[in-house]
Design a protein around this ligand. Structure first.
Ligand SMILES: [Zn+2]
Length: 442
């Protein structure tokens, strides 16, 4: 008989939104699964993790991550992205298919799954909607699902052609896969490099209007409804689009959505930067762009109300050279895995969101949005008995200044560098294995 591998997380405040638990409890892990949650658990041979003073949460689940492998390993690899996820408290991340080549066949998806096998977190692949993400011809959606795709997306671009988007939803209804749409009508966004408004006018930069997002959100609500399929709005950033999504959900339609930490926290003012020498900060260039204060308020309200089910990072790591250039030429994207929890917890500390709701939107919320808790992943996003032993320990009162040079991600591109935030990830346990332990510094 082989010895069981036991771990006890002792003395923490267990918050498990899936079961409504919020109490000082211990968690026992046996062979990579949750075995018991209770008071004063003990076992002579178990490894004990002292969680006194910490919040014990299910491991975070991120529906939207760019890992850059294959094709752009100088920006990030699967291994470095997974280490960044672990440091950020994430134990499951969904990998977007805008790699080179795009993840548009069973073989390219399987290659990512194989390479992620020993990574520091679970990596679930997202397949492309169209071949090469070129928007012209649908991929073999059924074979992508059979290869493990948990959703499909051409993220980086919308599925712009109406007829192709309509046909995609018709197939996806049968396959029961969500279409994770990058909601940007290219005819309206016109290659704008930031939000169209007062700041773009002042800086003389080409803006993209809020209506570019709304147009695709409204189209996809209609197409998904007609087909009986699920539309998932990626990184929704505008008040009007959130209102449309709220209306659709109120009508009972299969519509889900995510918001990013940066859209909850920063406005287009961040593009102007806060340095005296620089006119703009390319680290604040992201798509969809940082919006207005009213849009930030709408994102927070929609998240708190459950109109939005998930906080997703849209982690988009880039090399320094991709950002150290003119604003027009800089790459879009923010490296987000390692600042996500501190940003969300800072909103909690300001009284904008309850701690339980914040954790819900980073655990069971996204899991339910995409029905991820099936088969081997039964219980994912919870601390229920039998669930994968994915556990994140949070220091909710720790304040620190963001320094991307300390991050595991190869992407140091963030407009949050130098910001004072409240909340740190103290430790991360992935499938029963301690993959990040920062308790000394937390
Ligand atoms: Zn996108």
């Amino acid at each position: 008989m082989t010895a069981e591998r036991q771990l006890i997380v002792r003395g923490g405040r267990v918050i498990d939104p899936a079961s409504g638990t919020d109490a000082l409890l211990d968690v026992r892990v046996v062979d990579g699964r949750i075995a018991e949650v209770g008071a004063a658990l003990s076992n002579a041979t178990a490894e004990v993790i002292d969680a006194t003073g910490l919040v014990v949460s299910p491991g975070f689940v991120d529906l939207h991550v760019h890992l850059r492998e294959p094709g752009q390993e100088h920006k990030e690899t699967i291994a470095s992205g997974a280490r960044a996820a672990a440091r950020g408290g994430f134990t499951t991340i969904c990998a977007m298919p805008n790699t080179l080549p795009a993840m548009d066949t069973a073989a390219t998806i399987d290659a990512v799954v194989q390479r992620a096998r020993n990574a520091d977190c679970r990596v679930l692949p997202i397949g492309a909607v169209t071949v090469g993400r070129r928007g012209q011809e649908l991929t073999e959606l059924a074979s992508l699902r059979d290869a493990g795709a948990v959703a499909v997306s051409d993220d980086g671009d919308a599925v712009a052609d109406n007829a192709i988007a309509r046909r995609a939803y018709e197939y996806l209804a049968d396959l029961d896969l969500p279409l994770a749409e990058h909601c940007e009508d290219p005819g309206l966004s016109q290659s704008g490099v930031m939000h169209e408004g007062a700041v773009s006018a002042r800086l003389g930069l080409r803006g993209q209007p809020a209506q570019a997002e709304l147009a695709i959100v409204q189209r996809d609500i209609a197409l998904a409804d007609a087909a009986g399929a699920q539309f998932h709005g990626c990184h929704i950033s505008t008040e009007a689009a959130l209102a449309a999504i709220g209306d659709a959900r109120a009508r009972g339609l299969r519509v889900t959505a995510e918001v990013t930490p940066h859209h909850l926290f920063l406005s287009h003012d961040a593009v102007a930067g806060d340095s005296a020498e620089l006119l703009y900060d390319t680290n604040a260039k992201v798509n969809p762009p940082l919006r207005t204060d009213a849009d930030i308020e709408a994102c927070i309200a929609a998240l708190a109300a459950g109109v939005v089910q998930a906080v997703a990072t849209d982690h988009a790591p880039h090399a320094a050279v991709d950002k150290c250039c003119e604003f027009d030429r800089a790459a879009f994207g923010i490296s987000g895995l390692e600042s996500a929890w501190p940003v969300v917890n800072t909103l909690v500390s300001r009284g904008r969101l309850s701690l339980a709701d914040a954790i819900e939107r980073m655990t069971i919320g996204p899991v339910r949005a995409w029905n991820l808790d099936t088969g081997d992943l039964r219980g994912l996003g919870s601390l229920g008995v039998g669930a994968p032993a994915d556990i994140t320990l949070l220091a909710t009162d720790a304040s620190f200044t963001v320094d991307p040079e300390q991050w595991e991600s190869a992407g140091k591109n963030t407009p949050l560098a130098g910001h004072l935030l409240t909340g740190a990830v103290a430790a991360t346990i992935s499938q029963g294995r301690i993959v990040w332990d920062g308790r000394e510094s937390a």
